[in-house]
Design a binder for this molecule. Structure first.
Ligand code: NI
Length: 177
């Protein structure tokens, strides 16, 4: 099911997420909703807090840029090793039409559980590695704008303020989140 993506400013985007202890039907439904919502928004990744759910689940789909890399869901993902550093332009579905340069590791190894609870490992580089790092940050309440220079943030100020109002409205409508 396609669900509303929470905008910048909502508190739910700033909180650490809880690990999944059991892959029950609610987790499987969450993974489906993440895929559906990411595709509807034409994104390359989406994390559970962006649907208002504080659990450690993300999806990444870089197949438009890299057809050989299949879409993937990751439960309780963690980076186990990382190398290199490169700066690249990033955006986020919680920040429509905003982009900025973010430093990331060039290569990462990520371990996670799949939808059946089986552990797997991904070795990623370049754009795929960037997308994974961006989505994993969401699980800690960290957002790509946190990496931008004060000048860049200043240039975005008007747009950030407008988004923040949307995020705060989401908070007000979802007091239990
Ligand atoms: Ni994002």
């Amino acid at each position: 099911m396609v669900r509303e993506i929470v905008r910048y400013g909502a508190q739910v985007l700033r909180q650490p997420c809880a690990p999944i202890t059991q892959i029950d039907p609610s987790v499987k439904a969450l993974v489906r909703d993440l895929f559906d919502s990411m595709k509807a928004a034409e994104g390359v990744g989406l994390a559970a807090p962006q649907l208002g759910v504080l659990r450690r689940v993300v999806v990444v789909d870089v197949s438009r840029q890299h057809p050989e890399i299949l879409p993937v869901s990751l439960i309780n993902p963690r980076i186990v090793s990382a190398e290199g550093r490169e700066v690249g332009e990033e955006g986020c579905l919680s920040f429509p039409d905003l982009y900025g340069p973010v430093p990331r590791h060039s290569r990462v190894r990520v371990e996670a559980l799949d939808i059946n609870g089986k552990q797997f490992t991904i070795d990623a580089e370049g754009f795929f590695a960037r997308a994974l790092q961006h989505e994993l940050d969401h699980l800690e309440g960290k957002l790509f704008v946190d990496y931008l220079s004060p000048l860049k943030r200043q240039l975005m100020r008007g747009r950030l303020k407008a988004l923040k109002a949307e995020g705060e409205a989401w908070d007000a409508a979802h007091p239990q989140a």
